[in-house]
Design a protein around this ligand. Sequence first.
Ligand code: GTP
Ligand code: MG
Length: 205
Amino acid sequence: MLIKSVEFVKSSSKWQECPEANLPEYAFIGRSNVGKSSLINAMMDRKDFAKTSQTPGKTQLINHFLVNETWYLTDLPGYGYAKVSKTLRKSFEKLITNYILNRNNLVNLFVLVDIRHAPQKIDIEFMQWCGESGIPFSIIFTKADKLKPKAIENHVKAYHDELLQFWEELPQSYITSAEKKEGGDAILDFIGETNIILEKNKVKF
Ligand code: GTP
Ligand code: MG
C-alpha cells in the first residue's frame, strides 16, 4: 500500500474521547519500549511523527493517525511498565482494555514483541486475553536488526512453540525493524487487503 497522506488526528485519555469510530482501525500494542511508535514512524516514512523515547512509558495516551483519509492507525500506551506506580499502571491497563473492548471499528490489533527476548508471561497472557475476548490480533516481532538471521529464526520458533501450547493455530506474524525500515510493507499490504474486503462486503462502522 502506498502512503499518500498521514495526519495526526488527536490524543485521547479515554476511549470515549477517540475520533468517531466510522473508519476501519488498526492498533499497535505491546510492552513499553517495544518499538510501537518507532515502527509507526518507519511505516509512515515520517521521523518522530509518533513520539518515541529510550525511556519506557513515552506514549501515555491513545494516539490516532488518519492514513490515506480512509483508515486509522492507532498508537497505544505500553502495558506492563514496572517503573510507574501501581495505581498509574492499573489506570493504563484500564484505558487499554476499555479501548480494545469498546472500539467498534477496531479491525485488528497488532501485538508487538521484542524479538530478542524469550516469550514473556505478560505478552502471552495478553494474547490469551485477546483470544478469550474475541479480539483478532497478529504478532509483530520488533528490533530484528539486533539479531542475526539464525537467531531470528530460533527466537520466532521459541515463540511459536510457546503459543502452540495454548493455541491450535498460530496468529499471523511479521518480523520487522524500524531501524532498517524492514517488514512494514507486509503489514501495510495486510491492512490494504483487509480494507478492500471490508469495502466489498459493504461493512459500515
Ligand atoms: P512506549 O511509548 O514507551 O510504550 O514505547 P514504544 O513501544 O512506543 O517504543 P519506542 O518506539 O518509543 O522505542 C523505544 C526504543 O527502542 C527507542 O530507543 C527506539 O529507538 C528503540 N527502537 C525501536 N524500534 C527499534 C528497531 O527496530 N531497532 C532498534 N535497534 N531499536 C529500536
Ligand atoms: Mg510509544
